[in-house]
Design a protein around this ligand. Sequence first.
Ligand code: SS9
Ligand code: ZN
Length: 343
Amino acid sequence: MDIIFDERHSRHAGRVELGAGELVPCFEKPERAEFVLAAVRSAGLGAIEPPEAYGPEPLKRVHSEPYLDFLRTAWQEWKALVGDVDALPSTWPVPGFSDRVPTSIFARLGYYCFDVATPITEGTWEAATAAADCTLTALAKIRAGARGAFALVRPPGHHAARDLYGGYCYLNNAAIAAQHFVDETRERVAILDVDYHHGNGTQSIFYDRGDVLFTSLHGDPNQEFPFYLGHAEERGAGAGKGTNRNFPMPWGTPVETWFEALEEACRAIEDFAPGIVIVSLGVDTFKGDPISQFLLESDDYTRLGERIARLGRPTLFVLEGGYAVEEIGVNVANVLGGFDASA
Ligand code: SS9
Ligand code: ZN
C-alpha cells in the first residue's frame, strides 16, 4: 500500500474551538497525523512518500473560486484587524438576511463557515492544499496500477462543500480526488464514508451526479453533528437520484448493527460497479473517541479493511476524523492491514 504524507500538515494548528458553552483546545490537532504516521510505519504497510504539486485546477473543479480566494487570504485580513488569534466566525447570514456576498472579514467568515469549531490559522491554507496534493498523488498511484493507496492527511475534508467549510474541514480531499478521477477516466466513482460524522460536504458536491455514488455510515443527524444533513431519505436529485445512500445510526449503536449497515453500503457499491472506491476513512467510530458515540474496538477496523478489500476495486483511502489521539494510529493501520491481507 502506497502512503502519501506531507509534514506541512502541521502548519495547521488551531488553538481553540467553541464546544458546548466554552472554548476548548482543538480536537483536530497535528499529533493525530503523527500517531497515524508512527503506526503505519511500524506496521510496515508500505513506502511513505511526499506529494506532487497539482496547483489550483483540481481544487476549482470542486470548490468555487471566490471560496478558494477567501480561504487563501482570510488569515492575513483577520490578523491585520484582530491579531494573532484563531479566526472564527460569530455571525451568520441565516434565511431572511440579504444573500449578497459580504465584504467584512467578520461577515465573510460566517458566510463561508457553518460552525465555531474550525479555525483559520496562519498555516491553514498551506496545510489544506498540501492535503489535497497528497490525495491526488495517492490517486495517481492507483491510476498507475496500485490496488490500494492511503492519503495520510489533515486537515480532513468531508464536511467541506463547494463554498462552505466547517467540521474541521476546508478542502474536500476525497471529492477533489473523485472529480479528478472522473475528469481523467470518465469512469464511475463510489465513495464510502465511514467517519462517525455524516460527510455533508461530499454528499452536497455530488448530490445531483449519477456518476458518483456517495454512501455514508454515521451518527443520526437528529442527535449528532452536522445535524442539518445526513438523513436516510436523502437519496440524490436529478441525474443523481438513487446515487446517495445514508445510513444514520443512534448513539450507542451495537457494533454488529454498524457492520450490517456497512454490508448494505457495500452491496450498493457492488451494484454500482465503480472504476474506483474512495474511502473517507474516519476512525472516530472508536469506542474511546472523545467526541463520538459509536462502539467500535481496534480489532473491528481489521474486519472493516477486509470487507472493503472484498469489493474488489482499486481503493483510495483518505484520512478524515478520529480524535482518540493515541489509538487512531493503530485503528487506521488495522483498516489498511486488513485491506492488504485480503486484497
Ligand atoms: C464536539 C462538537 C463536534 C465538530 C466535529 C467535526 C468532526 C469532523 N464538541 N464538532 S470528522
Ligand atoms: Zn468525524
